[in-house]
Write a protein that binds this ligand. Structure first.
Ligand code: GRF
Length: 202
């Protein structure tokens, strides 16, 4: 089983999609759900599945950022999944977990990524750009925002939308399929890391 730590900041719908995915039942084991927000709504979902929840930060009972890497090593985590986590991952953790941290981004990278590009900011930027497609990207995490190698993308037609909220709704449906798909491929060792390109094999 692939041992996962899932990092969240918000409602946790991607976490739920992972936990509910029938294809992942026998393949993944979510060992920890971690957030910088002590009252993160996604924690409720984790608790419903009896998964340990951990806060990050300086408060008592929270894991300090400089202890994060060791903590994940102690849990024998194979893969870290950022599902709506908004903070930068510490450099030492990026090094320790090289090619073992992935993020889901609600647009087609390398466009509409970078600092400040999260949540509705992304969808508003896509809407204002007049783009007729958007989608979701799963990528490796490196030491800056949204620049790691792209693992998988799925696009969605937005040619007829009238609001950024409509884009958000369509993209979220795609996210909930793409992330479980990628995790299944990791669990089955079907992700091939090439020099300039990540390949997924059948
Ligand atoms: C998703 O749109 C994800 O792509 C982005 O943050 C959002 C998190 O949503 N990184 P949820 O908390 O999984 O519902």
């Amino acid at each position: 089983m692939l041992k996962l730590a899932v990092f969240v900041s918000g409602r946790g719908s991607n976490l739920k999609a992972i936990l509910n995915s029938p294809n992942l039942k026998e393949l993944i084991d979510v060992k920890a759900v971690i957030s910088n927000k002590i009252d993160c709504p996604a924690f409720k979902i984790a608790r419903e599945y009896s998964i340990g929840t951990y806060c990050l930060g300086k408060d008592d009972n929270c894991i300090a950022y400089n202890e994060l890497s060791n903590f994940l090593v102690s849990l024998e985590i194979d893969l870290v999944v950022l599902a709506g986590f908004l903070k930068m991952i510490p450099s030492d953790m990026v090094r320790t977990f090289k090619n073992r941290i992935i993020n889901i981004h609600p647009a087609l990278l390398p466009s509409f990524g970078g600092e400040g590009m999260y949540g509705m900011n992304v969808h508003k930027a896509v809407f204002n750009s007049s783009a007729q497609v958007s989608g979701a990207s799963v990528h490796f995490v490196d030491e800056s925002y949204d620049t790691g190698k792209i693992i998988a993308q799925k696009c969605v037609d937005i040619s007829d939308v009238e609001t950024p909220e409509e884009i958000a709704g369509r993209v979220l449906i795609v996210e909930h399929k793409l992330l479980p798909y990628v995790l299944e491929k990791f669990a089955r060792n079907k992700i091939i890391i090439g020099k300039n390109r990540i390949r997924i094999i059948n």
